[in-house]
Design a protein around this ligand. Structure first.
Ligand SMILES: *Cc1c(COP(=O)(O)O)cnc(C)c1O
Length: 395
């Protein structure tokens, strides 16, 4: 079974055989006791030990829990780095654990100049206080990345497509650049997931997710995950999770497993809808700019077609002034003004005052995050209805 090609891309087939099958069956199986086909929710803090020094593999749910472990095996199968992953209470808990597991005072981080606002806050306002230095670099500028690398650099952290300007990084090129440097190459793949953008083949060392977004996909949970083929690093991250107490809860893990089952189907529909909405916005006289990797006007459209299996459900668009954007946000009815993304309902945000309010204004403007920019997480509604809603909001 093959993953559908992105709509509108006339490239050679780039099927990834087995994505659906891996998601539905990878790391899962009928419950050995009851035969239940769906993973049970093991809502238990502790696990009785047959005798001192012997356990079932589970002792206390801050260290590990069977439902969380099922989610981890399933995510690992999807990403292609079996047998395991590390699941967290939130995406930011995952980023924090990664930093704690890999950094110490005096170390250096290179971070993409456009990343999730919470990641910037963690690096600038928390880790800086522990003497971890971060250089923010445009990751499309390979010379700038090379220049920023130093002996103390331990992590090179990027997002692609980036939130919210949808700038892309060339993962293969960055992977080559970093191949002979000990720094770990980390990709926050929240916007596309392994079903839409397999990363590990490009030399990426660590893939990080906010599962809150497309992976769970239903606006029902917050969660995070880290995947890496480096078993020692994975164990250290899981140990940091236990030490600091940031594991996913069993019920949230179960909901996330449930959401995952339809991930490729949702991702395709999100992308098809986003392309339809992007084309409508691009033709609208009141819209000054539309940023969507699936549009030929996106400066990195060719890279998107080559690196991604879908163009994704996220787009950004700009109207002429702050006031005009606030007016659109007041008038939308079907699109909800809310901070999440990647879920079945369409959400719209104003990054400058919402998700990225903590990013210093000079940094915001330098990356093109203007006051009139709105971010749309295109949901699974009928695209005609989304277009009609935006048309009436734009007036
Ligand atoms: C939401 C998000 C995060 C943070 O995840 P939480 O689950 O909200 O903690 C990190 N990276 C990206 C790209 C995100 O969209």
């Amino acid at each position: 079974m093959s993953f559908p090609l992105p709509a509108g891309v006339a490239s050679a087939p780039r099927a990834v055989p087995g994505t659906y099958t891996r998601i539905l069956h990878g790391g899962l199986g009928p419950d050995p006791v009851t035969g239940a086909i769906v993973e049970p929710i093991v809502q238990s803090t502790t696990f009785v030990q047959p005798e001192v020094g012997v356990d079932t593999g589970f002792t206390y749910s801050r260290a590990a829990n069977p439902t969380v472990s099922a989610l981890e095996r399933n995510l690992a199968a999807l990403e292609g780095c079996e047998p395991d992953a590390v699941a967290f209470a939130t995406g930011m808990a995952a980023t924090t654990a990664l930093c704690l597991a890999t950094l110490k005072a005096g170390d250096h981080v290179i971070c993409g100049d456009v990343v999730y606002g919470g990641t910037v806050r963690l690096l600038r306002e928390i880790l800086a206080g522990f003497d971890v230095r971060t250089t923010f670099v445009d990751p499309t500028d390979l010379d700038a990345v090379r220049e920023a690398l130093c002996d103390d650099t331990r992590l090179v952290f990027v997002e692609t497509p980036a939130n919210p300007t949808l700038k892309l990084c060339d993962l293969a090129a960055l992977g080559r650049l970093l191949a002979d440097h000990p720094a770990r190459f980390v990709v926050d793949n929240t916007f596309l997931t392994a079903a839409g953008q397999p990363c590990l083949e490009h030399g990426v060392d660590v893939v990080l997710y906010s599962t809150t977004k497309y992976i769970e996909g239903h606006n029902s949970t917050v969660g995070g995950a880290i995947l890496t083929p480096d078993a020692a690093l994975r164990e250290r991250i899981a140990w940091c999770r236990k030490a600091t107490g940031s594991i996913q809860s069993p019920f949230e893990a179960w909901l996330t497993l449930r959401g995952l089952k339809t991930l490729p189907l949702r991702l395709q529909r999100h992308s098809d809808n986003a392309l339809a909405v992007a084309r409508f916005l691009e033709a609208h006289p009141r819209v000054s700019r539309v940023i969507y990797p699936g549009l030929p006007s996106h400066p990195q459209h060719a890279l998107a077609a080559q690196q991604q299996l879908v163009f994704g459900g996220m787009l950004a668009f700009e109207v002429e002034s702050t006031e005009a954007s606030l007016e659109v946000l007041r008038r939308v009815k079907l699109c909800s003004l809310a901070e999440n993304l990647g879920a079945v309902e369409t959400l719209i945000t104003h990054p400058a005052s919402m998700t990225h309010a903590d990013v210093p204004v000079e940094q915001r403007l330098a990356i093109g995050l203007t006051e009139g920019l709105m971010r749309l997480s295109v949901g699974l509604e009928d695209p005609e209805d989304l277009i009609a809603d935006l048309a009436q909001a734009l007036g």
